[in-house]
Design a protein around this ligand. Structure first.
Ligand code: XMP
Length: 319
């Protein structure tokens, strides 16, 4: 029978044979797919692989440290980390349209990745975490060039330009199988069960204009959502759970004073492939804890609302 151990073994052998002594680059996003790709290649060809991680300033709190830090501590990888937060945020200043956000982020990601890749000589392959649903194109994104630049590690245009061939060791797998491979590779639970995170990151969860201040509010609220889901087995049961910062303020009251502050929406959904989704019937005690913590701990927020729409006709993300 087909086991994950034999998948890892045969994939590593195939990669080694295909790649020979050539050099490979790989974009690391912090997600499970690109992490698994990097580790399979690392097993196969060691230092012939260089991973590139672009910090676009749109990551969740501690994300860079949790995933990239883990890889740095446990594997002797060639890892290039690019601090591009200011570059992305200055290009996004004043941009409110979701498609314009995606385009700006997509093109900038390619530019940055391209610049880093060009510094590495004699590269022959680009490794990507393409999954089976991506191959059959059953997962569709919200149009525009982001449809081709599906995520951090899906680098449109680069293969032709740099004359690279693609290596896609996960192209026959579904997400749940990637998780099994990750277990086989000994990755920790918090990486294996990490929720999918969109390439444009928090940019499409700060509805409207993106500022450092608004990103920070969302980051703090989102961390509370992550913590409270992780504190129970609900984190694993839901497909994605996150906070969204709305572009409006509402009135509240604190002591004798009236407040006029931001609103956070909670988006927590069940799904098997992101094509359809339904809002998770989370126990009300958990919702209450999340709401109380956000309002008490996140300065500038005085209201939390719950998104109870299913996909379709809504989408998982708000932008
Ligand atoms: P929607 O909002 O279309 O999302 O229901 C379906 C799944 O795709 C993710 N998503 C994206 N992922 N780039 C990505 O890499 C994007 O532009 C993007 N937009 C949505 C979303 O998080 C969900 O898992």
């Amino acid at each position: 029978g087909w086991t994950m151990a034999s998948f890892v073994e045969s994939t590593v052998a195939d990669l080694r044979e295909k790649i020979g002594d050539a050099r490979v680059i790989c974009g690391l996003s912090g997600g499970i797919d690109s992490t698994v790709v990097a580790l399979l290649l690392h097993k196969a060809i060691g230092k012939q692989l260089t991973c590139i991680f672009v910090d676009n300033g749109l990551l969740r709190m501690n994300e860079r440290e949790e995933v990239i830090g883990y890889l740095e501590r446990h594997f002797d990888l060639n890892l290039v980390t690019v601090d591009a937060a200011e570059r992305f945020l200055s290009l996004l200043a004043g941009v409110e349209d979701p498609e314009k956000k995606r385009k700006t982020i997509g093109y900038t990601f390619i530019e940055v990745f391209d610049e880093e890749a060009a510094k590495i000589t004699d590269v022959k392959y680009l490794a990507q975490g393409t999954l089976y649903p991506d191959v059959i194109e059953s997962v569709s994104f919200k149009g525009g060039p982001s449809a081709v630049i599906k995520s951090h590690h899906n680098v449109g245009g680069l293969p032709e330009k740099m004359n690279l061939s693609l290596v896609e060791p996960l192209r026959e797998l579904f997400k749940d199988e990637v998780r099994k491979v990750a277990m086989e590779l000994g990755l920790p639970d918090y990486i294996i069960w990490r929720h999918p995170f969109p390439g444009p990151g928090l940019a499409i969860r700060v509805i409207g204009e993106i500022t450092t201040e608004r990103l920070e509010i969302l980051r703090q609220a989102d961390r509370i959502v992550q913590q409270e889901l992780l504190a129970t087995d609900w984190y694993r049961k839901v497909w994605q759970g996150f906070a969204v910062l709305l572009p409006l303020k509402t009135v509240g009251v604190m002591g004798d004073d009236r407040t006029y502050e931001h609103v956070i929406a909670l988006r927590i959904v069940d799904s098997i492939d992101a094509m359809t989704a339904d809002w998770t019937r989370l126990p009300t005690e958990i919702l209450a804890r999340i709401s109380n913590r956000i309002i008490n701990e996140v300065k500038g927020v005085n209201r939390v609302v719950l998104d109870i729409s299913s996909k379709p006709p809504s989408t998982i993300e708000w932008e």
